[in-house]
Structure formats: C-alpha cells, structure tokens
Design a protein around this ligand. Structure first.
Ligand code: TXA
Ligand code: MG
Length: 339
C-alpha cells in the first residue's frame, strides 16, 4: 500500500527524533511537526521552524493511554471516561502537568494538553521512539494546517528533517481541546469530536474569551489564514448571489474590472460567471466530508492569484462548529464582501 511506512522508515524517523531533530508525521486530524516531548532543546526547534510565539503551548501525543501518567499529575474520573470513549481519536485533554514535562512544551503553564492520535504511522513512530511526541500542526504559525505531506513541504521546506507521508488526513481539521477542571469539561477549541458527542459522557462548558486573558493561547482571533483575503458570507447563498449579480451588472455598466473571486462552497452550486474558481466541500452536504476537504480546498484556492476568497457558511451542528470556527478565524472576523 502506498501509505504504509516500512519498519526501516519508522526506525529512521525515530532516530531523527532521538537526536533532537524534527519529523513531520500524519495523524487522523492534520499533519504534526514532532519533537521528543522530553527534550526541551528539540521542542525549541519547533517554535523556530513554525515561527510560533513562545506563549503558545504544544500538544503532547501518546501511543498508549497509560503513558498519561508520565505527563499528568492526577487523572480525574471525567478524563478517564473521555479517554476510554474517544482515544485513539481527535480529542485533546488539558490537565495539571508533572514535573517531567518541560516548561517550553506548555509555554510555562501548569497544565499540559495530551492526546492519542488515531493513525497507525503516528502510533508506530511514538512507540518506536519510546517517548511521547510534542507536535503542533506542521504549518507556519497562523496559516492553515496541512492535511497532506505536500502541504507540509510547502509550509516548512527544509526546516523539517523528514516528512512521513500517510496520505490525506481523514478528519481534516484539528482535535477538540477540552480542559478538565474540578471534573468539569471546558471547551477550548472545537474540533474533530463534536460537543454533542462529548455531552453523551459529561456536561461541557463552552469557553468564551475573558477580557484580554487568552485562556487557550492558540485561540487567537486570526489564525488558519490563507495569503489571499478571505471573507465569510454574512447571508445565505441565494441572497449573496443576488447581491453579487447587482454588483456585476454595475461593473459592466461602468466598465470597471470585475475581481477574481474564489468561492468556497459547502455543497455543489451551478456554474457561475462571477467566480474565477470554485471549490466544493461536500457535494452531498456531509459535514465530515466537508471538514476533511476544508484545508486542502483553501490551500488550492490560495494558489490561484485571486483577489479574494469568499466562503459559504455551514450548519453549526456536529463538526460544523469546528468548520465555522476555522472559517471565522481564516477571515479574521471579516464578513461580507466589498467590490
Ligand atoms: O489535531 C491536533 O490537535 C493537531 C495534531 C498534530 O495533533 N495538533 C494541533 O496543535 O492542532 P496546535 O499546536 O496547532 O494547536 C494546539 C492547541 C492550541 O490552541 C493551544 O493553545 C492549545 O492546543 N493548548 C495546548 N496546550 C494547552 C494548555 N496547556 N492549555 C490550554 N490550551 C493548550
Ligand atoms: Mg495549529
């Protein structure tokens, strides 16, 4: 099979990590840029390669739920329940850390985020290294996360010593991040596991930013941004198209140049002369399929020298909440379209 890594390749990758260097590897969510979690100097290289601000803590990946003992001081009931239900899988839990976790991993916080990824190559790599792997998404800070090996190379080039190619990521956007505090689950980032699913096991508090305090440091309002200006539709598709037609007719009358617009649509739309490029997330309006296609679709549109990209909204249920979160961040909060 194309996307199986040979034992030799896994051993080579683990050897690189052992030497304190970086390996990009696939997970079910997005590609990670990994370093030995217990090697502070190696983790420092992640911050350099990504140009990541030093206040943004990194998720630690384990290959066995038992290994959380090395990382967390205590493992409350709620955490045990959620690990049993969702690991391996796209759920990250934040809990008080042990002394063994270097401060650079947690950006000085007293908590550490941990998850067990659901991808054979990621698990084989962690097992071969014999230690947990600290890994943020393998993109330059602030840009969309890579969901293919090609996207990793485009982002990081020579800054990464080896990229393991595991094919396109099945989930396509990052894990859900939950902080467990006094046995209460607080949502810090919506992601691959929906809030509805988690609520079958425990109540979830949806966290809002409190003043200027950044509770989950990665949750800056502008993130996942392509280079091309990116806007989120502030109305339904029909109304949007109607307004676009009015603007287009006006531009013809006044002989002004019509911009090169890219459309990121949720489901399939009839061909239209208003758009230079269209990417559809899911023909069947399936939110999971849409999530899996999201970052590649944005990356492809970003290469087309468009004046701007406009994204259609998706329903906020299930993984739709995480898709909307990423679209909102990609737009930096900018809605609507000006011509
Ligand atoms: O799916 C994923 O989670 C991917 C793959 C590679 O596992 N990783 C990922 O990492 O998305 P990154 O670094 O791009 O995002 C980590 C998020 C950030 O929002 C960060 O602030 C938050 O997790 N985080 C990490 N440690 C934390 C902590 N101790 N307390 C609060 N938030 C934390
Ligand atoms: Mg990231």
């Amino acid at each position: 099979m194309r996307f199986r890594a040979s034992p030799e390749l896994i051993a080579k990758a683990a050897g690189i990590l052992q030497k304190g260097r970086l390996v990009a590897f696939p997970t079910e969510t997005v590609y990670g840029l990994g370093a030995d979690a217990f090697n502070a100097r190696a983790v420092a290289k992640i911050f350099q390669a990504k140009k990541r601000p030093s206040f943004d803590p990194i998720i630690v990946h384990v290959a066995d739920p038992h290994d959380v003992r090395l990382l967390w001081k205590r493992i409350p009931k709620t955490a045990q329940l959620l690990m049993k239900a969702f690991w391996p899988g796209p759920l990250t839990l934040v809990l008080l850390k042990t002394k063994k976790v270097p401060d650079i991993v947690t950006a000085g916080l007293d908590t550490v985020a941990v998850r067990m990824p659901n991808h054979p190559m990621a698990l084989e790599l962690i097992r071969k290294l014999g230690r947990p792997i600290a890994a943020p998404s393998a993109n330059v800070f602030g840009r969309t996360s890579p969901t293919t090996a090609e996207a990793v190379r485009e982002n990081l080039g020579k800054k990464v010593d080896l990229v393991l190619d595991g094919g396109p990521c099945a989930v396509g956007l990052e894990s859900t991040v939950l902080k467990i505090e006094n046995n209460k689950a607080i949502l810090l980032r919506p992601g691959g596991i929906s809030v509805e699913e988690i609520r079958k096991f425990t109540p979830v508090v949806i966290h809002k930013r409190e003043g200027s305090v950044i509770y989950s440091p990665g949750q800056l309002p502008i993130h996942y941004a392509p280079k091309t200006p990116f806007r989120l539709m502030d109305k339904g598709y029909g109304e949007f198209l109607h307004d676009l037609k009015t603007a287009f007719d006006q531009s013809r009358k006044t002989h002004t140049v019509w911009p090169r617009i890219g459309l990121l649509s949720f489901n399939e739309r009839p061909k239209s002369k208003y758009f230079k490029a269209v990417r559809t997330l899911s023909r069947k309006k399936n939110l999971n399929e849409a999530a899996a296609n999201l970052f590649e679709a944005i990356r492809k549109l970003d290469k087309m020298k468009l004046d701007f990209i406009v994204a259609e909204r998706v329903p906020r249920n299930g993984i739709g909440l995480a898709i909307m979160d990423r679209l909102q961040k990609a737009s930096g909060g900018k809605k609507g379209v000006k011509y």
